[in-house]
Design a protein around this ligand. Sequence first.
Ligand SMILES: Cc1cc2nc3c(=O)[nH]c(=O)nc-3n(C[C@H](O)[C@H](O)[C@H](O)COP(=O)(O)OP(=O)(O)OC[C@H]3O[C@@H](n4cnc5c(N)ncnc54)[C@H](O)[C@@H]3O)c2cc1C
Length: 261
Amino acid sequence: MNDDIKQEKMKHEMMRGILTIKSKTFLSPHYISVVLEGEDLKNFKNAEIGDNNKLLVPVKGSKKVIFPITGVPQDETAVTVMRTYTLRNLDLEKQEMTIEFVAHGEEGPASAWAISSEIGDQLGVMMKKKDKKIFQPADWYLFAGDHTALPVISVLLESMQENAIGEALIEVRGAEDMIELKHPAGVNVVWLFNATPGIGSALPELFRWAKIPSQGTRFIFAAAESRAITEIQDFLKTLPALSRNEWKAYSYWKLGQSAHE
Ligand SMILES: Cc1cc2nc3c(=O)[nH]c(=O)nc-3n(C[C@H](O)[C@H](O)[C@H](O)COP(=O)(O)OP(=O)(O)OC[C@H]3O[C@@H](n4cnc5c(N)ncnc54)[C@H](O)[C@@H]3O)c2cc1C
């Protein structure tokens, strides 16, 4: 196989494995860090921290992960569901992969699993190698997100140069969910509180007040509940001075809807 074909194949390669819980920590009342380990970690050597993955989460009292077969829909009796999360950290030397889960209650299988899972429990992980890096170097940054975006925003903040400047707006349930973040001194981190996630987010309004510099390059990243993101996208599209490649805004979940894959 020639090098071009090899590289093209690698780009879209599916990395997957069944990992087990090495440790689990409540970083705050609604935010759980799960560190995974296992033989299959070697399959993720090409994974990028901050990229999203597909988790296969055991449900209905099952502890076992079974990978779906391509083209065969999962039926009602399936004992795993698939959900999208962020690769928060990967340390192949220490043999650790970290995923951070919002504990939003028992009605979501992924949230329920994160709350009740124990050391040694299995989780399936699938990731594709992406062409584009999530972080985009710029002269000024604005990151905004609700609790589900905290993992990716944490990665973005950790990817910045020490002299970077900008703002990070992070919405969590309450002051008890604020956590220590590593970020450059020139990036102002603002915590917002919303006791009803998905309803009445202040993020779209704060976007309207953000002082986006008119000079230099900008990188804006937003991820949150669908309705807030639609408002943010609509607003950003009205800014003629901002070019389309300077912002990304993603819906991470939808209020009242299960994230069926
Ligand atoms: C690219 C991408 C990356 C993501 N990364 C992360 C991550 O690293 N960590 C993380 O926690 N989430 C992340 N999410 C969001 C996560 O996929 C959703 O929150 C997902 O719905 C959770 O699945 P579940 O099984 O817990 O709930 P579901 O079965 O999908 O939903 C059940 C119910 O819970 C509600 N619900 C779902 N999420 C929340 C929430 N956060 N707060 C309140 N109600 C909710 C739904 O509206 C629905 O009514 C990411 C999403 C995307 C698209």
